[in-house]
Design a protein around this ligand. Structure first.
Ligand code: NAD
Ligand code: GLY
Length: 360
């Protein structure tokens, strides 16, 4: 087992990594002196695999455990499901000393974190992420929330967990497409922050695709180190944290244009990163060789890299719709070579689209 501290003063917390460590949750919650009662929030698919072990671990240390299974899927990350959670918390009389455990992917983590942030003006929660995306991204950093029918993640709060416990063995049951989609976020950290991580993924692409545990531990660990380091410097996304949105502006446009039906988030981000790499090379922040290397790695990882066929105008409208665009100006995250980033203000969005082969 390895531990990394997310250093945020009184809101600091450990990220604990290992294989087959769901069984350690009770001991670690006990060490953190979390209260007597825990509600585990999960869905039936994930609960079937991991709830019993988690429950045994917590009860062994004297915690009183209840379970709430919520419906599975992004479409349920909404106010109705949040109400289900509040109702269970109220009906089970969970008090300020109680805590929540988010056992699942980013959907479970985000909604559970938001319930914890708001129930009784804030109770503790612990993240036990079970998807690769949640292990390398969403469980760390305290962004919690739900979707609104008009847009994703429009309602939420920054609210840090008390601990993140990452058991890479839980990835064994993750569907292949979800797993590969999570790899896109690992590549993202390599491109913008750490050329060694990029090379590591490149040199071990086949092993990672085969979910080799030792490679996964290294990749997940390094990704969390990078995320923790960024969050520590800019918890509330006043500046630096925006670099984690590399590939996301065009990725969100792709998701939006395809009604969130065709691509998983990481797949759309992969397409967005390939375009961002092309834009970086066109604007002189990197070379064509760098963008070829990036696109080739994404392709080897079986991730999509080509924009689905929509007009330049449609892409422009979708990009302008993004909540991060202000007055038609966009702060775009570009890669500076491989392993570093540049935040670039772009007003001429047409030239940006041209670099992606769109428009004349
Ligand atoms: P998800 O939570 O929907 O999980 C993907 C699918 O895999 C689901 O069907 C889930 O039930 C299943 N699953 C998860 N772990 C499993 C396992 N071990 N075995 C079997 N099945 C498993 O999707 P995700 O990609 O984990 O997360 C996406 C969500 O994360 C989005 O809502 C997004 O907005 C959010 N997100 C949040 C942040 C943040 O910083 N808070 C960052 C990125 C994404
Ligand atoms: N996933 C981006 C962030 O946490 O800021």
């Amino acid at each position: 087992m390895k531990t990394l501290l997310v250093d945020l003063g009184e809101r600091s917390y450990p990220i604990v990594f290992g294989q087959r460590i769901v069984d350690e949750v009770g001991r670690l919650c006990n060490e953190l002196k979390l209260g007597e009662r825990a509600m585990v929030i999960t869905n039936s698919t994930i609960g079937r695999h991991y709830f019993n072990e988690l429950e045994n671990s917590l009860t062994r240390y004297g915690f009183v455990v209840s379970l709430l299974e919520i419906p599975e899927g992004e479409e349920y990350k909404n106010i109705d499901t949040l109400k289900l959670i509040y109702d269970s918390l109220v009906n089970d009389c969970l008090d300020r000393g109680s805590f929540l455990v988010a056992l699942g992917g980013g959907v479970i983590g985000d909604i559970t974190g938001f319930a914890a942030a708001t129930y009784l003006r804030g109770i503790s929660y612990v993240q036990v992420p079970t998807s690769l995306l949640a292990q390398v991204d969403s469980s760390v950093g305290g962004k919690t929330g739900i979707n609104h029918e008009k847009g994703k993640n429009l309602i939420g709060a920054f609210y840090q967990p008390r601990m993140v416990l990452i058991d890479v063995s839980t990835l064994d049951t993750l569907p292949e497409r979800e797993y590969i989609s999570g790899l896109a976020e690992v590549v993202k950290y390599g491109i913008i922050y750490d050329s060694e991580l990029f090379d590591f993924v490149s040199n071990n692409a086949e092993k990672l695709l085969a979910r080799d545990k030792s490679c996964l531990m290294s990749a997940v660990n390094r990704s969390c180190e990078i995320k923790a380091s960024v969050v520590t410097k800019d918890e509330r996304e006043a500046g630096l944290r925006a670099i984690l949105n590399f590939g996301h502006t065009i990725g969100h446009a792709v998701e939006n244009l395809t009604d969130y039906q065709q691509y998983l988030h990481g797949e759309a981000v992969s397409i967005g990163m390939a375009q961002a790499a092309r834009i970086s090379a066109t604007m002189g922040y990197s070379t064509m060789r760098d963008s070829d290397k990036i696109i080739s790695l994404l392709t080897r990882l079986k991730l999509p890299v080509e924009l689905p066929s929509f007009s330049a105008e449609s892409y422009l409208a979708a990009i302008l719709h993004d909540k991060k665009v202000k007055d038609g100006r966009i702060t775009f995250v570009l890669n500076n070579g491989i392993g570093a980033y540049s935040l670039v203000n772009i007003t001429d969005l047409n030239s940006l689209l041209k670099a992606c082969g769109l428009g004349g």
